[in-house]
Design a protein around this ligand. Structure first.
Ligand code: PYL
Length: 269
């Protein structure tokens, strides 16, 4: 998983309303609708369930340490969806204890390897990778006005790609999977619903709908894609180069945290 920088999330909270409007423009629905679709609940269910919860975000100092603005950005996305949320004063285990003392029902926390939402009552958790993959497929499905029976190219079979594949299968899409690591493809070699692709350039030109779940940046050029290509790209940095971004921007879903965090909340409730 690529580690975000403070720069990646600098204006996230102040631009959430504008971001939500751009989602509606591209997909026809808002962040709450995308997250609830990914979680398999209605937007109304999400709004009702949220009222019963209070979330905490606990900063974690392990590994490369705290990312300036990360906890506050997660908090702003959760609050934007209408859920009460606070960032604990303390970090790490003291922060977890503070969250529980302050009656948090859901605890969000990320180190350099995992980012999870933990449901205190149920004792279960949701992983950001799976949630992000499902959330981005939900956005792509709305932008494409449905993916049933459609070929969808998934780049990357890591946690995000795996989350994406699980929802694509539920939607009846025909999954085409590319990954540089043969090892990552092993679980799908006997999967009848997934076709493996071995040439990136061929796959990019062959499929209109693309989910880029790789951590590689700038490897997709404007001429690599079909003229009517639609892309959902959770990966940081962005896989499209600047020329491709200029051409496909209106049909590209890409953000550093919003869809992933919103879907974590919808899935954990
Ligand atoms: C969850 C993000 C999405 C993309 N990359 C992931 C990342 O940057 N993970 C590291 C998060 C570290 C957070 C730090 C803090 O501020 O609590 N431990």
């Amino acid at each position: 998983m690529t580690r975000l920088t403070t720069h990646d999330i600098a204006k996230l909270d102040s631009e959430l309303t504008q971001y939500n409007l751009s989602l509606i423009e591209k997909t026809g629905v808002d962040l709450a609708a995308i997250a609830s679709f990914a979680a398999g609940i209605t937007r109304e269910n999400l709004k009702q369930a949220i009222q019963k919860h209070r979330a905490a975000v606990v900063p974690i100092t392990s590994g490369q340490g705290i990312i300036g603005g990360f906890a506050e950005s997660v908090q702003s996305i959760i609050q934007f969806l209408g859920c009460a949320c606070f960032v604990t004063e303390a970090a790490n285990v003291a922060g977890i204890a503070e969250a529980i003392d302050r009656k948090a029902s859901i605890i969000f926390a990320a180190d350099d390897d995992r980012f999870i939402a933990y449901h205190v009552g149920k004792g279960s958790y949701v992983d950001n990778g799976e949630a992000t993959g499902r959330g981005y497929v939900a956005a792509l499905a709305h932008m494409a006005k449905g993916l049933k029976g459609q070929d969808v190219l998934v780049l990357g079979a890591g946690p995000v790609g795996q989350g994406a594949i699980s929802l694509l299968k539920e939607l009846g899409a025909r999954v085409k999977l590319f990954d540089l690591q043969a090892e990552a493809l092993k679980p799908y070699q006997t999967d009848a619903l997934v076709t493996l692709e071995f040439s990136l350039s061929e796959a990019l030109s062959k499929y209109r709908f693309i989910l880029d779940a790789t951590p590689a940046g700038g490897f997709i050029g404007a001429d690599d894609l079909q003229p009517l290509a639609m892309l959902a790209a959770p990966g940081i940095p962005l896989g499209l180069n600047l020329e491709a971004l200029a051409k496909f921007g209106p049909h590209l879903i890409h953000d550093p945290l919003q869809i992933g965090v919103a879907t974590m909340l919808a899935m954990i409730l």
